[in-house]
Write a protein that binds this ligand. Structure first.
Ligand SMILES: C[S@@+](CC[C@H](N)C(=O)[O-])C[C@H]1O[C@@H](n2cnc3c(N)ncnc32)[C@H](O)[C@@H]1O
Length: 248
């Protein structure tokens, strides 16, 4: 994934978010809620946490009060700029945003009591090195079936045609290989509903589902998708997330 993409998004929208509207329906459970619950269960005011791929730091800052300190890393300078701006506005003092490549950081072995990763890069060997023994890595990641339908209409996209390669099993194997014990791993399927074509178009401009998404060039394809997936609840947009908890 090019870092350039995240720099562009941060420049255009002032962070990692767009003002597009949607509602969400969870037939089972909300993976973000489960991820956050598990993360906060592991939090404490004497722990130092690492946030891998923090983007604009919105989430980092929202949980800062549960930790002694959070080190939040990213490679996108524009995202880090947005994060630092938000930090100043919110006057949060126990977070440090740093430009670091998640695969090769400058931190010592066993520097952290907890590592979390909210759709950041899968840097398992480095996370293992950075964690203290007995401590946890928790992550929420994008599943292989995420937005499969729109990618099929477009004939491209992040993880295109990977639908049958379980991300959960791939991650479980990779984590185990570096020495982690996977203590929780679950797939979550749910759907977002965008009220209008414009909301979906705006959403797609700010996420890497199609890094090359172009509102003008992709208009015809998006119209095909919208016609096919229009429901009385809005334009259906199926999502897939994987939540994993692993112990060193
Ligand atoms: C989907 S966003 C993460 C969103 C963020 N964690 C949140 O909670 O909103 C992925 C982020 O990972 C960052 N990233 C990609 N490769 C990286 C690397 N090798 N090291 C550090 N950050 C990286 C990107 O710049 C981007 O900001």
């Amino acid at each position: 994934m090019s870092n350039n993409f995240y720099d562009k998004v941060a420049k255009k929208f002032g962070g990692y978010h767009t003002p597009s509207r949607h509602t969400t329906e969870y037939p089972n459970d909300d993976p973000e809620k489960i991820f956050k619950e598990k993360l906060l269960e592991l939090s404490s005011k004497d722990k130092k946490a690492l946030d891998v791929g923090c983007a604009d730091g919105r989430f980092t800052l929202s949980i800062a009060l549960y930790f002694k300190k959070i080190t939040a890393i990213d490679v996108s300078e524009e995202m880090l700029k947005s994060a630092k701006k938000l930090q100043e506005e919110q006057k949060v003092t126990n977070v440090i945003f740093e430009k670091q490549d998640a695969f090769h950081t400058a931190y010592d072995d066993s520097s952290f009591d907890l590592i979390y990763n909210r759709r950041g890069p899968d840097n398992y060997p480095e996370s293992y090195r950075l964690l203290k023994p007995g401590c946890f890595l928790i992550q929420i990641d994008i599943g292989e079936k995420d937005c499969q339908e729109i990618k099929q209409v477009f004939g491209r996209g992040q993880g295109f045609c990977e639908w049958d390669n379980s991300k959960l099993e791939k991650d479980r194997k990779a984590l185990t290989e570096v020495g982690f014990e996977v203590v929780y791993a679950k797939d979550f399927f749910y759907a977002e509903y965008y009220p209008t074509y414009e909301d979906l178009d705006l959403f797609l401009q700010g996420v890497p589902i199609f890094e090359d998404f172009d509102s003008k060039k992709d208009k015809r394809l998006l119209e095909v998708y919208v016609t096919r997936f229009k429901t009385e609840k809005g334009i259906k947009f199926p999502r897939h997330r994987v939540v994993i908890l692993a112990q060193k």
